[in-house]
Unconditional design. Sequence first.
Lengths: 309, 327
Amino acid sequence: MIQFLQQLINGLALGSIYALIALGYTMVYGVLKFINFAHGDIYMVGAFVGLYVTPWVWKVIPPGQDPSKFNWNTTAGGLVVMLISMVVCAVLGILIERLVYRPLRNRPRLTVLITAIGVSIFLENFGQYLFGADPKSFPDILPDRTIDIGDLSIFMNQIVVFVTTIVLLVALRYIVMKTRMGTAMRALSYNTTAASLMGINNDVIIAFTFGLGSALAAAAGILNAINYPSIDPLMGILPGIKAFVAAVLGGIGNLPGAVVGGLLLGVLETMVVGYISPMYRDAIAFAALIFILLFRPNGLFGKIEKEKV
Amino acid sequence: MNRPKTWLLLSILAAWVISRFQGAINPYYYDILITIGINIILGVSLNLVTGYTGQFSLGHAGFMSVGAYASAMVTLSVGAHARGESLIFIGALLVGGLSAALAGLLVGGPSLRLKGDYLAIVTLGFAEIIRVVFENVEAVGAARGLSIPVHTTDFFWTFLSVALTIYVVVFLVHSTYGRGFLTVRDDEVAAEAMGINATKYKVLAFVVAAFFAGIAGGLYAHFKQFIHPEGFGYLRSVDIVVIVILGGMGNTPGVIIAAVLLTILPEGLRALGSWSALPEAIRPLIQNRMILYSLLLIALMLLRPQGLFSTGGRLTKWLKRGKGAAA
């Protein structure tokens, strides 16, 4: 039982990362109806920005001496690192949209998909050129400590992941449901033409969506790097694809669905690793995807769309 | 190209004649030549699925790996015999091709109901599952890879397969089936309305392409004499996709040119990257061919989505008019 609970907590921590990335896929799909293949690599860039920014932030906010004790300075520094990384990635996402995806707006979907794969390969390999292909170790930007509740041990980092994810989700919900930008976003995903007839500037909203999604991916990159402090330029491929699976699992285009899908996939993966075999860790996501697409192609919460001619 | 059978026989004969002199070819160039042949088979077969039938597959390397492993297992279980070596090799290649075709049927049947982006991800997923399985099955060497003791792939076998692949694909495309493929690509809904069973055509294209990918895998295994699951990953599939897109989707001659160019290109880049006149910082940038490939992909999609070597049918029309065969 203890082992099960432990796996559940680990699974939810992993699932939170998937959920944050999956939100970006789902939001972009909502407004543009295409899969941004390069999204997983934005997550990688997020982690690397964190790696390179940390020494600068530590110069301004010196971290606490003992990494195992809670320290306000360390925590504040960690948050600043995450914010900077989110901003940088948001800018990168908007830039990619402006330079590459916007000229292809009305082209066949296959063209856009191939371009997105091109962007993804570019980010991975240019990353290898820029950062080096070998894994780098990520600094301890947050105090690390284990909290024991009975036989159950929870890492401080996992709590940070949960809290940050919840805060980001609440913020996202507020932006999407309450602000003018969010309303415009929803209008756009409902009907692009009608939205622009109502005076919504599609270009601005789409850029905003890319920025928002990329910022969430960057946060996921930092959170994951805190838990597994080894980062490399190809680290985005698998989480990217798995997060896509999570988005499809919850019904692509559906925000709460992406979160549920992410958590579900994280728990599923951890359980397979814990109870069956760690060798099949990467196959399980694809098996889940194939299963879902064959039996419920619109995901758990997606609405069924009829193809119109 | 009015007599495809004559062309087929002529090219097989040419491959045989050249193979008599293969010992005289510099081993480095020989290696590149065989790789070109394997890449042509992969590109032309994927083009049948992506170019002519309009189904975007990101898992072609998965079928290649099935063919490579199946044919390697045949060779390993039969053992090395000096006599009948060619027969065993043909058998191994066929087993490789058929296993890959079977895998294509198993993968294509369910996943070809999906479209566009979803199909791309599912084929990628299947290829990854195939890779994970090979990495875990002890009988095929698991994560250590598999060594094949014989080196049977030579110039003749490679280019015989190339000629047969091109022949079958061109023949299929110009047959009644070809009309079906093109209709499904151009408008699936309209095709269904005309009574064309779109799924049947899609699965057929998929199975034929998988068969030839399997043959290419068999050739590869008996040429490199060592295969490893990592070698047939996502990036290998992307390599093949780049060949098809650069050549122009649905343009077989273009894809052949692209396969040749993209096989030579990394060698040229390697030479250029070690050229001492270049600044130290730029060299690794040039040597990483994937950076160039990705930029090429993006630029092509933005500026020339029909591919580099597509003349928009102008050349074909001109050729046809010259022969007085305007239909």
